[in-house]
Ligand binder design. Structure first.
Ligand code: GLC
Length: 673
C-alpha cells in the first residue's frame, strides 16, 4: 500500500467527513506537499489518528458559537493550517525526535527521569550560563530541566515572569530565541529535556493584544473579559475565591484607558484571556507550536483551571477547560508529537486527575503530566504532625492517573504551599479541617510551640483566616533553625527530614522534581525585601540565588551540602535501578500498624512491585514484618541501602528516626546489584 494512504479506523462519520474536507484544503493550498513526501504521509496519519480528539472538543466549544457549519469548517481549516505550518517549520532534528518519541511514547515516565527546576538568571545568569552548568545537573541524574518563566515579561512587577508581553521573545536579560534553541539542543545532547512555562490564562496588560484593546481595536477587545460596570463582576465575585487576597484583592481591575473593569484573577497587570473567543484559541495554539519548535519538550501550562468562567461557580475546573486542553493537545501532537503537556492545576484532589485525561469520555488525551499537589501538601503535613495517618487516608482516596500519564512529584517549588487538606479528608481521620490547616500555617511560620520550621505566612485571608506558607524546603524542614542553634543532633534530624521527603517523591512514580537549591539545603533568602517590585510577595523568600560556593562543598561529607547532595544522588541511583517506577504502574498508600510510618506500594504490571516506607517520627519506629510480606516483599531488600536486608527485630521491621526504605523482592533486585 502506498505510504500516502494509511489505514486508520474512522471514529464517526461527521468527524470523518470534516476531516477529509480539512485534508483536501491542506492539499489544495499545497501545505502537505511542502512537508515533503515522507513527512506528508506521516502528517496525514497523525491528522487522521488525532483528528477526532480535536474535532469533538472544538465543536463543543465553538461549533455553536459560530452559528453555521461553514464558519466552523473555516475555523477548523484555519487551525489545521496553523498546525501544518508548524509541522513545516519543524527542524530536521526535531522531526527525528518526533519519530523517536512516537516509538517510545512513555519516554517521559521512564524510571530514569529526574527533573530540576530553576530560574535561569538565579541559577546561572542567563540561558548561555545555564548551558555551562549542565555538569551540576548531570551529577544529580537530571534528565528534565524546567526553567521558570523566561519569555519577555512586563517591566516592573511581573509576578516572577508570569505577566508575559511577548510569547515569541525571550526575556532579553536571559538571551534570545536562538539561545533558547541552542540550549534545548545542548540539553538534548545530554539526554535532558527542556520544560518551560506557557501562561495560557492571561497576558500582561502591556502585551500587544491588550495594548490594541486599550486603543479601542474591537478584534483585540474581544480577547479579554471586560465589563462597563460592576454588575457582572459583583455577581461573579459572590462565588469567586481570591487568589491573592492580601496582595491583589478581588478578581477584577479598573482600567482607565478602557474605562472598564477587566477580569484579573491574579495581579491587576495580568489580564485574563477570553477563551470563548476562537481567535484566542488560535493565537495560543500558534504560541504553543512556536515554542515546541524551539525544541522545548515539555510545556508547563500555567494556571489552567482558570481558563473558563461561569457565573455562579468558582470559575475553576469548568468542563470547557478540559475541552480546551484536549483540543490543544490533539492539535499540537499532530505537528510536534515530541511535546508533552504538563498541567499546573493546584486544585482539590477530586478535580486533579481529570487534567490527565478524560476518564469519563473515552480517555481523550489531555495533559501527560500534572503536579501532585496533594502529595506535596500531605508530606509537609505528616512532617509537622509526625504522623502519617491523614496522608495515608487522603492519598488512598485519590483516583489513579491513566496509565499513559503520570504525576510530577515535588517537595518544594517556587509558589507558596496552600494547605489543601479538605474537610472531608481531615474528618475521615478524626481531624477538623480548619484547625489542622491553621496548625500547618502556624507550624511552618515557626510560631507553633516545638516547631522546627522557619517560614512565613503567605496569602493571609482576613475574611476566612486561611493562610498559606512560604519558605525554602531547608528552612521549613529545620535546617535553618538547627544551624542557628549550632546543635548537631538538630541538624542530623533536619537533614534526615529533607531526605525523607525526597525519598517519597523519588519513589512514587512519575517525574520527581528537585527544586534548585534543595540539593544544597539553601535557606530562606530575604534579599527580595530590598527590591520594591518584589518586596510585597514573600514567595521570593524561597527563590534564592544559586550559591555556587555552597555547591563547591557538595562532595564534602562533613557539610550539610555534602550530606544532602550525596543523599539525593543515592536516591537517583536507586530510582534508576527500580523498574517498578517506570510508567504504566500504579501507586497506592498501604496501611501499617504504626501511625508514624507512611507506606506506599508501587506496582507495575510487568516490572513487579516496590514497597516504600517512611518514618515520620523523630524516634525509631517499627512495623509488623508480616505487612511487608503481605505486600509481596517477603525477604525483600532495601534499594536505599545498597540492597541490604531490612533491619528486623522480633518480627518487626525497624526504621530509624526520619528513616526510609524502598523494599523490592530480593530476586527482582539481583540484576541490578
Ligand atoms: C501559577 C504560578 C504562580 C503565578 C500564577 C499566575 O500558579 O505558579 O507563580 O503567580 O500562576 O500566573
Amino acid at each position: 500500500m502506498p505510504l500516502s494512504e494509511p489505514v486508520v479506523p474512522r471514529r464517526h462519520a461527521v468527524a470523518a467527513a470534516t476531516r477529509d474536507r480539512v485534508l483536501s484544503a491542506l492539499e489544495r493550498n499545497g501545505a502537505l506537499q511542502r512537508l515533503g513526501a515522507r513527512d506528508a504521509a506521516v502528517f496525514r496519519t497523525r491528522l487522521q489518528r488525532h483528528f477526532a480528539d480535536a474535532f469533538a472538543p472544538l465543536r463543543a466549544l465553538y461549533g455553536h458559537e459560530s452559528g453555521e457549519q461553514p464558519h466552523f469548517q473555516a475555523l477548523l481549516e484555519r487551525l489545521f493550517g496553523i498546525v501544518s505550518e508548524a509541522a513545516e517549520a519543524r527542524t530536521e532534528d526535531l522531526r527525528i525526535l518526533d519519530h523517536r518519541r512516537e516509538v517510545d511514547p512513555d519516554w517521559f515516565l521512564h524510571e530514569t527521569m529526574i527533573g530540576y527546576v530553576c530560574y535561569a538568571d538565579l541559577f546561572a545568569g542567563d540561558l548561555a550560563g545555564v548551558g555551562e552548568r549542565l555538569d551540576h545537573l548531570a551529577e544529580l541524574g537530571v534528565t528534565y530541566l524546567h526553567l521558570m518563566p523566561l519569555l519577555a515579561a512586563r517591566d516592573g512587577p511581573n509576578d516572577g515572569g508570569y505577566a508575559v508581553v511577548d510569547y515569541t521573545r525571550v526575556d532579553p536579560r536571559l538571551g534570545d530565541v536562538d539561545d533558547l534553541r541552542a540550549l534545548s539542543a545542548a540539553l538534548r545532547e545530554r539526554g535532558m529535556s527542556l520544560c518551560i512555562d506557557v501562561v495560557l490564562n492571561h497576558t500582561a496588560r502591556e502585551h500587544r493584544w491588550a495594548q490594541a484593546a486599550r486603543a479601542g481595536d474591537p478584534h483585540y477587545l474581544a480577547f479579554y473579559l471586560t465589563f462597563m460596570d460592576r454588575t457582572l463582576p459583583d455577581a461573579y465575585e459572590t462565588t469567586l475565591p481570591e487568589v491573592f487576597p492580601d496582595l491583589a484583592p478581588g478578581s477584577f481591575s479598573w482600567d482607565d484607558d478602557l474605562r472598564a473593569w477587566v477580569w484579573t484573577s491574579f495581579y491587576d497587570f495580568q489580564w485574563d484571556l477570553d477563551y470563548r473567543n476562537p481567535e484566542v484559541f488560535a493565537a495560543m495554539l500558534e504560541v504553543l507550536l512556536f515554542l515546541a519548535n524551539t525544541g522545548v519538550e515539555v510545556l508547563r501550562l500555567d494556571a489552567v483551571p482558570f481558563l473558563w468562567k461561569r457565573l455562579g461557580t468558582d470559575c475553576q475546573n469548568q468542563p470547557e477547560v478540559h475541552l480546551l486542553l484536549q483540543a490543544l493537545r490533539a492539535l499540537v501532537r499532530i505537528a510536534a508529537p515530541a511535546t508533552v503537556f504538563k498541567a499546573e492545576a493546584i486544585v482539590a484532589p477530586g478535580k486533579l486527575v481529570r487534567y490527565l485525561g478524560g476518564h469519563d469520555d473515552g480517555q481523550r488525551p489531555e495533559c501527560e503530566l500534572a503536579y501532585h499537589n496533594q502529595l506535596m501538601v500531605l508530606l509537609w503535613s505528616a512532617l509537622a504532625a509526625r504522623d502519617a495517618t491523614l496522608m495515608t487516608a487522603a492519598l488512598g482516596r485519590m483516583e489513579q492517573p491513566p496509565r499513559t500519564t503520570g504525576w510530577v512529584t515535588y517537595v518544594r517549588g517556587h509558589d507558596d504551599i496552600g494547605w489543601a487538606v479538605t474537610d472531608a479528608d481531615a474528618a475521615a481521620v478524626g481531624l477538623d479541617g480548619a484547625t489542622h490547616r491553621a496548625f500547618l500555617a502556624s507550624f511552618y511560620a515557626g510560631d507553633f510551640p516545638g516547631s522546627f520550621a522557619q517560614g512565613e505566612r503567605f496569602g493571609v485571608n482576613a475574611a476566612t483566616g486561611d493562610a498559606r506558607s512560604s519558605g525554602t524546603a531547608a528552612s521549613l524542614a529545620g535546617i535553618e533553625a538547627a544551624l542557628e542553634a549550632g546543635e548537631p543532633e538538630l541538624l542530623d534530624a533536619a537533614v534526615a527530614r529533607l531526605l525523607l521527603l525526597h525519598a517519597v517523591i523519588y519513589g512514587w512514580g512519575g517525574v520527581p522534581l528537585l527544586y534548585m537549591g534543595d540539593e544544597l539545603g539553601l535557606r530562606n533568602d530575604r534579599s527580595y525585601l530590598r527590591d520594591p517590585t518584589r518586596a510585597g510577595d514573600n514567595r521570593w523568600l524561597h527563590r534564592p540565588r544559586m550559591d555556587w560556593k555552597a555547591a563547591a562543598r557538595r562532595h564534602d561529607a562533613g557539610t550539610v551540602e555534602g550530606r544532602l547532595f550525596a543523599g539525593l544522588r543515592r536516591l537517583a541511583d536507586a530510582r534508576r535501578r527500580c523498574p517498578p517506577l517506570r510508567g504504566g504502574g500504579a501507586t497506592t498508600p498501604w496501611w501499617t500498624d504504626s501511625p508514624q510510618v507512611f507506606a506506599w506500594l508501587r506496582q507495575h504490571p510487568r516490572e513487579g512491585g516496590m514497597l516504600g516506607l517512611a518514618n515520620f517520627s523523630d524516634t525509631a519506629s517499627t512495623i509488623d514484618a508480616g505487612l511487608v510480606a503481605h505486600a509481596g516483599m517477603a525477604a525483600g531488600v532495601d534499594l536505599l541501602r545498597d540492597g541490604a536486608e531490612p533491619v528486623l527485630r522480633d518480627g518487626r521491621l525497624e526504621l530509624p528516626a526520619w528513616g526510609c526504605a524502598w523494599i523490592v523482592p530480593a530476586e527482582a533486585s539481583r540484576w541490578s546489584w
